[in-house]
Design a protein around this ligand. Structure first.
Ligand code: THU
Length: 132
C-alpha cells in the first residue's frame, strides 16, 4: 500500500468516529506532520449547531496542542469527495500554506490532489498584522 493509500485509509477510519447526529455526513482527516506523526480527526457536531467542529480542525488542534506545527500533507475523506470548508482552509494555511491536500471519497477514489494554496489563493496571513 502506498503512503497516499495508507493516509486515505487512516482518514476513512477516522471518519468512522464522526459524531454526526444532525447532518449524518461523516468526515475523516489524517494530518501528517513533518516529524512523521499522524493526527486523526473527525467532525463532532453539537445540538448548538455552530459549536460543532470539522474533522480537519480536530486533527490540527490535536497536533498544535502537542507542540507540532509543521505539516506535509492532509487527507480528507467524505462520502462524495466534498472539499474542506473555508474556515478549515484558513486554519490549515496558518501552519502550512503549501501543504499537500488529498481529498477522497469514502470508497478511496481521489477527487483532488494538490496544494492548499490552490484551494485558498491569496490567503490572509500574519504578515498583515506584524507591521509596526
Ligand atoms: N465538515 C467537515 O468536517 N469538514 C469540512 O471541511 C466541511 C464540513 C462537517 C461539518 C459538519 O459536521 C458536516 O460536515 C456537514 O457540514
Amino acid at each position: 500500500m502506498s503512503d497516499t493509500e495508507s493516509l486515505i485509509r487512516a482518514a476513512q477510519e477516522a471518519a468512522a468516529h464522526a459524531y454526526i447526529p444532525y447532518s449524518n455526513y461523516p468526515v475523516g482527516a489524517a494530518l501528517q506532520a513533518a516529524n512523521g506523526r499522524l493526527y486523526l480527526g473527525c467532525n463532532i457536531e453539537n445540538a448548538s449547531y455552530p459549536a460543532g467542529i470539522c474533522a480537519e480542525r480536530v486533527a490540527l488542534v490535536k497536533a498544535v496542542s502537542e507542540g507540532v506545527r509543521e505539516f506535509d500533507v492532509i487527507a480528507v475523506v467524505t462520502r462524495d469527495g466534498g472539499s474542506p470548508c473555508g474556515i478549515c482552509r484558513q486554519m490549515l494555511s496558518e501552519f502550512g500554506p503549501q501543504m499537500r491536500v488529498i481529498i477522497a471519497r469514502d470508497d478511496g477514489q481521489i477527487t483532488f490532489d494538490g496544494n492548499l494554496s490552490d484551494l485558498l489563493p491569496l490567503a490572509f496571513n500574519g504578515s498583515s498584522l506584524l507591521i509596526d
